[in-house]
Write a protein that binds this ligand. Sequence first.
Ligand code: PEP
Length: 250
Amino acid sequence: MERRAIVAGNWKMNGSPESIKQLMQGLTSRALSELSCEVIVCPPNLFINEVMHLAGDKIQVGAQNVSEYAPGAYTGEIAAEMLSAIGCQYVIVGHSERRQIFGETDHQVAQKVAALLDERITPILCVGETLEQRDREETLSVIEQQLNAVLEQCGVEAFSKLVIAYEPVWAIGTGKTASPQQAQQVHAAIREWLAKHSEKIAQSVRILYGGSVNADNASELFAQPDIDGGLIGGASLKAESFYQICKSAG
Ligand code: PEP
């Protein structure tokens, strides 16, 4: 099955009014219409509106997190309904920084997926193992547990409406990339896990790789049969490297 590649930039907690303008001008001045992948950028919430104004029609804008709750007395949180109202089409959920630094549980991540699907926003669901878990050969069981939480909360149909991002925690922001073979092995295993529940959805779901992807290593990663693009942190903050990564996809 043909799956259109996605390259999504996770800007994390970076940027200023000046720097985001520069970055967006750098991106929109490049030949975006020649790209065959979908291009998404996920700025800090504060800048989403401004980035939407600067993005044009070739770049979609997403958020990096969402509350699992409906609007109400939750100081500092942003509801799916609000992101939907300003036109956000994608939201990253379950990023390892959210899980590790802010203590998000598999159950909470699943609730966030449900909140987004209720608003017809596409979750980019991050899963992945730590180095210790990989060394203990727990990679697949950890990922299955993360995926099972979403399956139990939202049902298998949810997987036809979301994007999965495999992000080995040991490869995020460390400069250590999973080898294309290591990444492909996990991507194929995720697809096999999903095929046990729905063969059709397993073939259509897009699975992105994330973890120190850059302009030099992107092509080989994206050439793997089960890798459908990337979730890019550091390298998404520079227009040239992000554009080159987009060119490598699809
Ligand atoms: C990320 O934060 O999702 C990520 C993959 O970061 P980096 O590309 O910097 O490793």
